[in-house]
Design a protein around this ligand. Structure first.
Ligand code: CDP
Ligand code: MG
Length: 139
């Protein structure tokens, strides 16, 4: 399995609830190394751009409101097979369907306020890492 880098975002619900540290600790226990991390509040235009793939979906406007409702913590993570490993440890989009021990089972509120984002494929990771981090920050 190749060493990969992926993008996670600790979402506003988890940051506001004081769960960011718990989620980062869980990810480190799962073998992810923190390459870069910051705390930012997205503008509406930035949230719309980040989630542009979902612009035709009925949940898009609400998702943009949620993602701009408070600070988020984007993190670039590195480990073997990082992209699919992160998706696995995140758990299902709807926490009601998430496996025990996953971030979303432990920390999500509902299908929208679900604590964490993770890139879903190498192509999206390649676009999402530089959305938040410069080449200087990523080494
Ligand atoms: O985040 P993930 O890749 O698991 O799910 P997605 O299908 O790419 O959707 C992106 C985000 O939109 C989710 O993480 C939820 O925050 C939100 N969403 C929602 O509010 N209602 C849905 N029915 C589906 C997704
Ligand atoms: Mg997705």
């Amino acid at each position: 399995m190749p060493i990969e880098r992926t993008l996670a975002i600790i979402k506003p619900d988890a940051v506001a609830a004081g769960n960011a540290g718990h989620i980062i600790a869980l990810l480190e226990r799962e073998g992810f190394e923190i390459v870069a991390m910051k705390k930012v509040t997205l503008t509406e235009a930035q949230a719309r751009a980040f989630y542009a793939v979902h612009r035709a979906r009925p949940f898009y406007d609400s998702l943009v409101r949620f993602m701009t409702s408070g600070p988020v913590i984007p993190v670039v993570l590195e480990r073997e097979d990082a992209i699919s490993a992160l998706r696995k440890v995140m758990g299902a989009t709807n926490p009601a369907n998430a496996e025990p021990g996953t971030v979303r089972k432990l920390y999500a509120t509902d299908i929208e306020k679900n604590a964490i984002h993770g890139s879903d494929a190498p192509g999206t990771a390649a676009v999402e890492k530089p959305f938040f981090f410069s080449s200087l920050e990523l080494g």
